[in-house]
Design a protein around this ligand. Structure first.
Ligand SMILES: Nc1ncnc2c1ncn2[C@@H]1O[C@H](COP(=O)(O)OP(=O)(O)OP(=O)(O)O)[C@@H](O)[C@H]1O
Length: 352
């Protein structure tokens, strides 16, 4: 499926602003962005339950919707799964799953059994939604959405009603089933972890626009701007001015190729890319030539987060705070002097 230049305006405000996207069979594309950035509206236009102001939607190269022509929602071969996946309470599990199916009774029953087996709920086939847990209801909703073999699945925060521990398992199961069914999936989420876990491709959305698109690894390791870095994790920022394509900082020089002299830049990096060294009773850090210069800081606060520790340092050179994460337990005392270096290959230099 391909959408081209979709625009949607509410009360004069462009909520979706020139969004183009292509999703492929057997792949999960995640539309990822903060609350209110226009993800759900994009999904609703694709589903046909919201009309765009301009732009087109194609499936297999065939136009299914522009501002004049419009295939009605029920004929778009699209499966929908939303956050409030409401099953029909008065229908049995079997009838819920069979809801969108047409054809002879035996064939429908066979498909219902096949899907309930896939989501491991065959034993509840004659049960009712209220007899199931939240996670089980969610799996029935998945079976219902997949029953008519939609070529496209649109999922809007489908896992957000589930508790954390349950969620990881259900995400993985859902992913396996979606792959088996070979649907093209567009999943909307505001959680970066969910996108990283589920997506073959991430489209990062902000204020109605797609600002970056690519495989999760690329989006994470080659972000387009500071906001794209900070969407996935905490960040540290150093400010500097460029001279001779180099930004000068207390941590040494950073390459700023093509940036004119005098430009103010921000050097952005994640807390896990700050390396720590001890003071050795005033002797200072071990030399680390590849990582530039070590800067001196004093521990302000240390917290244990479970599989890592977060340590905040007040830096000697300007009194700013830098955050470092360290695997496992590392809880240095407040006031302890340490030396910090930055992983050069994990820094991003952006115009300020
Ligand atoms: N029918 C509508 N009328 C007016 N404004 C709307 C309508 N639907 C959505 N909006 C506004 O459009 C913006 C985008 O909404 P949308 O639901 O697409 O965002 P979202 O990225 O999916 O956010 P969330 O993750 O919170 O659901 C919001 O500011 C919302 O208030």
């Amino acid at each position: 499926m391909e959408i081209r230049n979709l625009v949607c305006t509410f009360g004069g405000r462009k909520v979706v602003d020139d969004v183009s996207l292509r999703i492929r069979a057997g792949q999960v594309t995640c539309l990822l962005g903060p609350s209110g950035c226009g993800k759900s509206t994009t999904l609703r236009m694709i589903a046909g339950i919201e009309m765009q102001d301009s732009g087109e939607i194609y499936v297999d190269g065939k136009l299914i919707c522009d501002t004049v022509f419009r295939v009605p929602p029920e004929r778009r071969e699209i499966g929908l799964m939303f956050q409030d996946f409401a099953l029909f309470p008065h229908l049995s599990v079997a009838d819920n799953v069979a809801f969108g199916l047409k054809g002879p009774k035996e064939k429908k029953r066979a498909r219902v059994e096949e899907l309930l087996a896939k989501v491991d709920l065959l034993r509840y086939i004659d049960g009712y939604p209220h007899q199931l847990s939240g996670g089980e209801q969610q799996r029935v909703a998945l079976a219902r959405a997949l029953a008519p073999r939609p070529r496209i699945m649109l999922m809007d925060e489908p896992f957000s009603g589930l508790d954390n521990r349950l969620r990881d398992g259900i995400r993985d199961e859902t992913l396996a089933i979606l792959k088996e069914e070979d649907a093209a999936v567009l999943l909307v989420t505001h959680e970066p972890e969910e996108a990283m876990r589920m997506a073959d491709e991430i489209a990062l959305m902000r204020r109605g626009r797609i600002v970056q698109q690519g495989a999760p690894y690329n989006v994470y390791t080659r972000p387009v701007d500071k906001a794209a870095v900070s969407f996935f994790s905490d960040i540290n920022v150093l400010r500097a001015e460029v001279n001779g394509a180099l930004a000068q900082t207390p941590f040494g020089q950073f390459l700023a190729p093509g940036v004119p002299d005098g430009t103010k830049v921000e050097i952005v990096f994640r807390p896990q890319h700050l390396k720590l060294d001890f003071d050795r009773g005033g002797k200072g850090p071990m030399p680390t030539p590849s990582d530039g210069v070590a800067a001196r800081g004093v521990v302000e606060r240390a917290r244990f987060l479970g599989n890592e520790s977060l340590v905040e340092f007040r830096m000697d050179h300007d009194g700013s705070i830098l955050k470092a994460t360290v695997p496992n337990v590392f809880m240095p005392q407040q006031g302890r002097v340490m030396w910090l270096t930055i992983r050069r290959d994990r820094c991003f230099v952006f115009p300020a």
